[in-house]
Ligand binder design. Sequence first.
Ligand code: LLP
Length: 421
Amino acid sequence: MPDFRYQDGEFYCEAVPLRRIAEAVGTPCYIYSHATVVRQFRSFDSAFNEVPHLVAYAIKANSNLALLRLLANEGAGADIVSGGELYRALQAGIAPQRIVFAGVGKSDDEVRYALRSNILMFNVESSDELRAVDRVAGEMHTKARVALRINPDIDPKTHPYISTGLKKSKFGISAERALDEYKLATTLPHIEIVGVHKHIGSQLTQVSPYVDALKRILNLVEQLAGIGVHLRYLNVGGGLGITYQDETPPQPLDLAQAISPLVKDLKCMLIFEPGRSIVGNAGVLLTRVLYHKANPEKVFVIVDAAMNDLIRPSLYGAYHEIKPVHEVRDKLKRQVLADVVGPVCESGDFLAKDRMMPLVDPGELLAVMSAGAYGFSMASNYNSRPRVAEVLVVGSEFHVIRAREEYADLVRGEMIPAFLK
Ligand code: LLP
């Protein structure tokens, strides 16, 4: 994470010491580097210069409006999975013609909203959904542009919760059924078939599953051409991994070198849906140490951030590096094997388990690294904890891009019915 580094013993994001942000905004808070987001987006986009393509940022990774606007300004499209994400994308100024809508369970209302907004296409995942989109489009006297999401049954070799392209997964249409589903689509009057979609999983650290899945899809594209269905868009999904600890994931250029030769003669526009690789290493979660506690078995470092703020360690056993904001240069500083835990009332509430780390004093700050993707976007109000502030650093300036929630936000929309008054 080159935009986060020590300078004279202090941890900085770009040219701003994190301590300064903690003083101004409080903790916990998410801090994002503008430079990293821009660099990551551009490196993805430029890697595929040789083929017509659209980078549709997967909004679910981090859907803050300011980040979306920044990406819109860079020319990004959006991969959305809900009406709420469509709303965010449009609010941020992402062009509807650059928006693709995935997900196994779109409601009629969501389909209507997307058709009204004239998005580029739906990634449809079942025949029931295909019929529903056809019906809603018919009611609106319009046609829906559609790609079918095909499940290529390839093991992406990642965490089971984020594998999506295996036979037993709920996502997509099985490769064996694909041709029949396309044939069904050709009979539906309000469906315009424009493409094919695949996404096999997230945090991929090898190119080969990507390439294997693509080959299966290309096979299908050829079969479809044989029955007169010519596709205009080939959506290869997202999933490129990042370095959390010691992974060495492929870079966009590696992916481009593997993919471009396979697709360059197709008359299709390629669509990518990267999320994590754009924002994951652009953000940290800043937290303050509250207490230490040692029981006979273990040392606990109790901090003010918790699983409701960053659920990845609890949910996936994910590793996030933790760095003291005040650099520990004293090699003699006591190293301990500790769990870094939050205040939430769950044993599963931890940010790190059995971590060898310097015993940082109460009141000191810690940066939980690689938290830009699936951090804030998966945050909840569990234990009635207000969601934290988000801050964007640009050079030597920083901007609050989401205010810390207040207690009043916690009960907004709740009502005590008259009979209880
Ligand atoms: N396209 C589709 C259809 C997806 O389902 C996803 C992610 C993406 C694109 C973006 O994938 P990415 O480039 O970010 O890997 N919460 C989990 C990750 C869930 C990913 C869900 N789908 C985590 O924290 O690891």
